[in-house]
Design a protein around this ligand. Structure first.
Ligand SMILES: Nc1ncnc2c1ncn2[C@@H]1O[C@H](COP(=O)(O)OP(=O)(O)O)[C@@H](O)[C@H]1O
Ligand SMILES: [Mg+2]
Length: 216
């Protein structure tokens, strides 16, 4: 089982949105996928309650339950676990970081989000965890703001090569209990999420050529 955790102390960057859409895209690609929601706000859990499909399932649990839950999920044959966390530094966030093979740090291309990544990166570095920044809610198309943010973030670590634009599909998918790949399978948000998923899977497998295998 591989585990991706969405972490950053800043709220509103897209942790929950990316968690659910990445999980749905992974399930569509044939992976047994599960979501753990460690945020007391329960965004992912509430999303699942609005959802019609059964998979990927969501469990809202406490930080101290994470190791036992992961043992159980691995035994059940789960291929990919996605952990969503709160926008504050809590024991739950640390437990997610420890559990993860890869921590994704979403940031909007804004100075406040970029500054907010520092504390998270500090915690991850102390724990010796693999992490990558994901630029989310970028202006669609090429933009100086996005390329500047990419460059600044890149000074502090790896930035996922796939960036995500601000797209209504993310807002609608969250409201409808869907992933963006279900909202509009041929849409741009869907393509960006599939690309990010593939990048993250390749990174966890330590593949040098990150473009080699493709998600269906
Ligand atoms: N790429 C995106 N395009 C448009 N809206 C987005 C995008 N990513 C997130 N959002 C919206 O931004 C808000 C915050 O996202 P959310 O996933 O709840 O962030 P977090 O979990 O980090 O607090 C939500 O209303 C969500 O629908
Ligand atoms: Mg959230």
């Amino acid at each position: 089982m591989k585990t991706i955790a969405l972490v950053t102390q800043k709220g509103g960057t897209g942790k929950s949105s990316l968690a659910v859409s990445l999980a749905v895209a992974a399930a569509e690609a044939g992976l047994q996928t599960y979501i753990i929601d460690l945020d007391p706000q329960g965004t992912a859990k509430n999303w699942y309650e609005r959802r019609e499909a059964d998979a990927p399932q969501v469990a809202a649990i406490e930080a101290n339950q994470v190791p036992a839950a992961m043992d159980m999920l691995a035994k059940q044959g789960i291929d990919l676990l996605v952990i969503d966390t709160a926008g504050v530094d809590t024991p739950a966030t640390i437990s997610a970081m420890k559990a993860a093979d890869l921590c994704l740090i979403p940031a909007r291309p804004s100075i406040a989000d970029i500054e907010a990544t520092r504390a998270t990166v500090g915690s991850l570095t102390k724990l010796g965890k693999s992490f990558a920044f994901v630029l989310n809610q970028c202006p669609p198309g090429k933009s100086m703001r996005t390329s500047d943010a990419y460059r600044v973030l890149n000074l502090g670590g790896v930035v996922a090569s796939s960036t995500l634009a601000t797209r209504a599909d993310h807002i609608d998918a969250l409201a409808m209990g869907q992933g963006v790949t279900e909202r509009d399978a041929n849409g741009k948000a869907a393509a960006e999420i599939r690309e990010l998923l593939q990048w993250a899977l390749n990174k966890m497998e330590g593949k040098a050529d990150e473009q080699k295998t493709r998600v269906a």
